[in-house]
Design a binder for this molecule. Structure first.
Ligand SMILES: Cc1ncc(COP(=O)(O)O)c(C=O)c1O
Length: 360
């Protein structure tokens, strides 16, 4: 096996090596049962124990109150863009959205099919380089919810503080869930695709407040009602068993790291190392405004596209993968989720300093 390299990919992303090794072995023989993990019936007692543990660790790590369900759904985080308004809106019902990038734009487009949507804020005119302060927008009192993306994966912006506008929050946390503690009671729905901070692609974790389950219209298809999945413990149909297992093992790993408070501290320290380089001279230019900087994705530019291409090429040659920025804004991006090791960040920083010294 070649040496593991540093994977700065925005998702699917770096996972703990211990989890990958355990999964590799469990795929062939789970619990010494003579059956591989992905061959087990989802209704077997072995798999039910896996699903139960995964759910209870998410509840414990995020301090999820009892009046919320934790669901394991499919269709990617993108399916939540329509499931949320399908379940919570309907003719004449209103919701407010904050447009902070590609993922909120896609959610707005879907929501417009199901309700009366107000886009109260947009940072499109500044290439989505920031997220708003509360004072920059208002929320109509008859809005069913205020929708936001907590971390904008492409632009490297993040809400450091969640809105305090009195509205129930509905939040896409695909790229920063479990990276910091949360007050879940401010949220009606939180959702996240697993493939950044939780595990492989294939499962979307949805945390939904109980009272919202009854809001759905009868005509919504059974599979698209949260209540269907809540009533059946995410086993209405065959769930993505392998992805749920991996999320559970990543949750065990996270608990062993000291939980979300400890990981938050480490995430802040890792990100600060890179931001220090961006702020130390004129060579690198961070995309995000300082007050909106993300701890998870750091998007930056070099003086010219040619230097950016050379930077990515040289980085790849020494074992740094996934540093190319998203096609919509170009440049470079380092994604450093929970499981990305500090040592890899330190090595990137050394490389950045060397590259700027040689090319300034
Ligand atoms: C913030 C955010 N939301 C949603 C998505 C879409 O996720 P999926 O590909 O699981 O539909 C992504 C993907 O990168 C994302 O970063």
């Amino acid at each position: 096996m070649p040496e593991r390299i540093y994977n700065f990919s925005p998702g699917p992303a770096t996972l703990p090596l211990s989890v990958l090794k355990e999964a590799a072995s469990d795929i062939v023989n789970f619990n010494d049962k003579g059956i591989g993990l992905i061959e087990l019936s989802h209704r077997s007692k072995e798999f039910m124990a896996v699903a139960d543990e995964t759910e209870s660790l998410i509840r414990e790590l995020l301090d999820v109150p009892d009046n919320y369900k934790v669901l394991f759904l499919q269709g990617g985080a993108s399916s939540q863009f329509f499931m949320i308004p399908m379940n919570l809106l309907g003719s004449g019902k209103k919701a407010t959205y904050l447009n902070t990038g590609v993922w909120s734009k896609k959610a707005i487009k879907e929501a417009e099919n199901f309700g009366d949507i107000t886009v109260a804020y947009s940072s499109a005119d500044v290439s989505f380089n920031k997220v708003p302060q509360d004072s920059e927008y208002s929320v109509a009192p008859d809005s069913e919810y205020l929708y936001l993306v907590s971390n904008n994966t492409i632009y490297g912006t993040q809400f450091s503080k969640f809105p305090e506008k009195g509205a129930m929050l509905v939040c896409d946390m695909s790229s920063d869930i479990l990276s910091r503690p949360l007050d879940i009671s401010k949220f009606g729905i939180i959702f996240a695709g697993a493939q950044k901070n939780m595990g492989p692609a294939g499962v979307t974790v949805v945390i939904v407040r109980d009272d919202l389950l009854d809001k759905v219209a009868e005509t919504v298809p059974t599979m698209l009602k949260y209540s269907t999945h809540a009533e059946k413990g995410s086993m209405f149909n065959t769930p993505p068993t392998f992805a749920i297992y991996c999320v559970g093992r990543v949750m065990r790993w996270l608990k062993n790291q000291g939980g979300v408070l400890s990981i938050q501290k480490r995430n802040e320290e890792k990100a600060a190392l890179i931001y220090e380089v961006l702020d130390s001279g004129e060579f690198y230019h961070g995309h995000a405004e300082k007050s909106s900087r993300s701890m998870m994705n750091i998007a930056f530019n070099l003086p010219t596209p040619e230097l950016e291409a050379a930077f990515i090429k040289e980085a790849a040659a020494i074992g740094f993968d996934g540093l190319k920025g998203h096609r919509s804004i170009g440049g470079c991006r380092a994604s450093i989720y929970n499981a990305f090791p500090r040592e890899g960040v330190e090595k990137l920083v050394q490389f950045m300093n060397k590259f700027s010294a040689e090319n300034s």
